[in-house]
Design a protein around this ligand. Sequence first.
Ligand SMILES: *Cc1c(COP(=O)(O)O)cnc(C)c1O
Ligand code: SF4
Length: 336
Amino acid sequence: MHTGNQQTRSESWQMQLANCVTRPEALLEILGLAPTLLPAALDASKTFAMRIPRSFIARMEYGNPNDPLLRQVLPVGQELTDVAGFGLDPLGEKDKNPTEGIIHKYRGRLLLITSGACAVNCRFCFRRHFPYQDNQLSGQHLQRALDYIKSDSSIREVILSGGDPLAASDRRLQQLTSDLAGISHVKTLRIHSRLPVVLPDRVSDDMLHWLRSTRLKTVVVLHCNHANEIDDSVKAAINRLKMAGATLLNQAVLLKGINDSVDAQVTLSEKLFDAGVLPYYLHVLDKVQGAAHFDISEESAQILIRGMMEECAGYLVPKLVRDIPGKASKTIIPVS
Ligand SMILES: *Cc1c(COP(=O)(O)O)cnc(C)c1O
Ligand code: SF4
């Protein structure tokens, strides 16, 4: 049977983004989870809203409250406990904000906050308290950000960040890419996004069009924390990005009870590699208020990386890093 219409095959990514599950009641119902989880989920979602694409929920195991994908996104009571050392702006980003929408901490590269929105709200997010409202890149703010990049010829790479930069429309991203390509010292466009993983239909034909047609080298850094996040639809999205000429890397966050075993990390690296992606960074948790229950000691993280080195090829072992405010780069945690 011919329908002659692509849109009938699946909803557009914009529709899927609008149809994210945001009510804890609905999430528990879809996954057949105990209503006893509800009061805490409702409470914790008041400080940081719950938000999950349905295509991501489809990769969770029905009836399993410990599912590694679910635990990244389900609001829980532990988020409301204040823990010493876990603050509101753990990376000191507020001081490195030279103009709206730019975070310039390292030489040669900077972050351009392209969209304050995310497709998914990750409970461990280090930006859960970041003042995004002040960082909307519209009109004169965008012009000032571009002027800032233009005026500093040491900037070779612009990193679209957020929020999630791919929450912005392709029309905006196409325009932005062309503005950046117009600055001759900018060579590389890097995109840090969780969308190709949590909502793979985001890798639309329109996106491939601007990605393929820019003179800039393109790098897409996925944020995938667990092997179960990669299904056939994600592999297809990754393949499309590669066909458009992008270099594909992954960064993950080390999360207690979710991906803190050698087996979980090796499986993740192998599955990423199978899909055409190399691991880049494994971040130990940024100490943000509300995320202390995901924290792993540095010693355990080092033991885990050592274990990985004994189990798989060296190029499948990510660099273990911490983001320390005031440093000129990420800090590599040495593994002996
Ligand atoms: C992480 C980060 C970068 C990118 O660092 P790389 O080591 O090049 O991946 C750039 N700017 C800021 C502010 C960052 O936090
Ligand atoms: S910025 Fe990244 S980690 Fe934070 S909520 Fe958005 S997608 Fe998740």
